[in-house]
Design a protein around this ligand. Sequence first.
Ligand SMILES: [Zn+2]
Length: 262
Amino acid sequence: MVPLRRFLAVLASLLVGAATLVAVPSQAQAAPNFKAPFPCGQRWTYSHHDGEVRRALDFIRSDGGTTNGTPVLASAAGTAHRFSQPSGAGNYIAVEHGGGWKTYYFHLSAYSVAEGAQVSQGQQIGVTGSTGNSTGPHIHYEQLLNGVGQNIVINGGGLSYPGSYGSAFLTSDNGCGSQPGKPFMTWGSGVRVHSDARLAASVVATLGGPTSVRVLCQKQGDTVTAEGYTNNWWAKLSSPAGFISNIYIDDPNAVLPGVPTC
Ligand SMILES: [Zn+2]
């Protein structure tokens, strides 16, 4: 490893030297177009506290969904590295974006990628948790340039640094364009996701409250009567992967418009 790194360092210095000779302006490399570190369509609130390292912001959900267990997404493409700091950042991931840019995602309950994985923008890299020095589930998020924390910019706009939650909000468009299926919100609580469109099929997950989901297709299965509705159409979700009755999709139609039949 070391000889290769030394070689690359020498190569890099030669390239920098060459660039200097042709008088390339010495501007910092433009930042990637960073997106929110949580899933498409979700709304979170954020704050910054005095004891914080660098220019971090802490994020918690403000759309009725549960913060703990929500996927953490890469703000931009890069190389993911896994770290653990039980007395501080907990389980965390750093994504190297090139050009000296790096993002941090602290307090994860779990990693979703291997050490050194190449990740795309919007790819899940971890699961929101409260590991390390943390008082509750949240995403501690940072953007750094050459190791120095920067004021956080999402979709080209700088975020504010309020001292408490509930005054500033961010809705994610991260990964919106790259996911299969049509987005919907669910409603109701304790909605069971089954492995097939049958009530007797195994339960693979339970939606605690309103959840943003993507419906891949729909098909007829067991007739369900709930919440004053009767319907035998079921929606196949991409994540969690399984079926829920169309009754729990927040749409007035029994058969969802714009969704193919499975
Ligand atoms: Zn923090």
